[in-house]
Design a protein around this ligand. Structure first.
Ligand SMILES: Nc1ncnc2c1ncn2[C@@H]1O[C@H](COP(=O)(O)OP(=O)(O)O)[C@@H](O)[C@H]1O
Ligand SMILES: [Mg+2]
Length: 321
């Protein structure tokens, strides 16, 4: 399978969520052009994946896509990563080096965390974009260059301009088209598909077969708010699969900080199996009674008209300690 086919099988791109579908439509439209694209969105929402999607949908799809994360290098190293350098340009430049811009010739250059680019390098990159010419560090020889630029950031670009971290002319130039990648919370219509998809993938990768997910784990997964978006969901699923017992996913695998007791609540817009709904409501109510009686078990069990032992078991079941 080609890398491209592999990409389209590796991620869910046909979405049930209108916000995600609108974004994909916009990507399809701009992919055909040569416009510079800026992707904004929370960490883990899929900006890298979206950049690659645009590349594969563009006329440049058979040419390279080169990715560089601007936060991974010191300023001078970043400049040389981008533009390359000639032998002797600075101490340690023992050979000529090709930069990422040249490597992306004819294709796409994806610069992640663009807000980390120094002002000096912004000027240099702006010149390259405007003149379509690139020169290695330490050389005056300019070569013609053609590439599509995609940038990504999870910082507010207007704010970065106001605080002089990003030059206005540069910001203006690289944001011809701004595409916002929705957070996972904004596309919960896709949650079941994503869960299914990631679960299958994780079972395969870990060579573990999952038969069942405990209902309370499922309710947690639906109600949790995923600050780390799809990346966090993938991590949670991987952990749950690895920590599953005899093919059953238990709350073992859930992140401890997200104790079930606190997140265990119903989302009113969702449909639940009746048993699951009863369990959720039951746990909420028991929690309320326990709080009312200061976690005094005999008093609480008395008003609930169950035995102390039954109440203990429910406390254990719903993690209400
Ligand atoms: N459309 C998708 N379908 C399935 N998984 C996805 C999708 N988009 C992102 N992911 C998962 O989320 C992770 C983070 O995506 P990434 O594009 O790196 O996010 P960002 O660059 O916004 O931080 C990916 O490694 C992948 O596991
Ligand atoms: Mg990223």
């Amino acid at each position: 399978m080609s890398e491209k086919d592999n990409f389209f099988n590796k991620y869910i791109l046909n979405s049930k969520s209108s916000s995600y579908r609108n974004m994909i439509n916009l990507c399809d439209k701009v992919a055909k052009s040569n416009a510079n694209v800026m992707l904004i969105g929370e960490s883990g929402s899929g900006k890298d994946v979206t950049a690659r999607y645009i590349h594969y949908k563009s006329r440049r799809s058979d040419m390279p896509m080169v990715t560089l994360n601007c936060s991974s290098f010191s300023d001078s190293l970043l400049e040389s990563e981008l533009f390359g350098h000639v032998k002797g340009a600075f101490t340690g430049a023992i050979d000529d080096k090709k930069g990422k811009i040249e490597t992306s010739r004819g294709g796409t250059l994806f610069l992640d965390e663009i807000g980390e680019l120094s002002l000096k390098t912004q000027v240099k990159l702006l010149r390259t974009i405007e003149n379509k010419k690139v020169a290695k560090v330490g050389s005056n020889e300019e070569r013609e260059i053609d590439f599509r630029l995609i940038t990504a950031t999870n910082v507010d670009i207007n704010e970065a301009v106001c605080s002089n971290k990003i030059r206005e002319d540069f910001a203006y130039r690289i944001s011809t088209i701004v595409i916002r990648v929705p957070s996972l919370k904004e596309r919960m219509e896709d949650f079941d598909d994503l869960l299914d998809f990631m679960l299958k993938k994780s079972q395969k990768e870990n060579n573990i077969e999952i038969k069942r997910i405990e209902p309370k784990v499922k309710s947690f997964l639906y109600s949790y708010d995923y600050p780390g978006n799809l990346r966090e969901l993938k991590n949670i699923i991987d952990r749950m699969v690895v920590l599953s017992e005899k093919g059953v996913i238990t709350k073992q695998g859930l992140p401890i900080v997200h104790s079930l007791g606190q997140n265990y609540k119903c989302d009113d817009s969702k449909i639940y199996p009746l048993r699951e709904y009863r369990e959720i409501k039951e746990s909420e109510y028991i929690k309320k009674i326990l709080e009312k009686y200061d976690y005094n078990v005999p008093k609480s069990s008395q008003v609930l008209e169950i035995s102390d032992r039954q109440l203990f078991n429910l406390i254990k079941k719903y993690d209400l300690k």
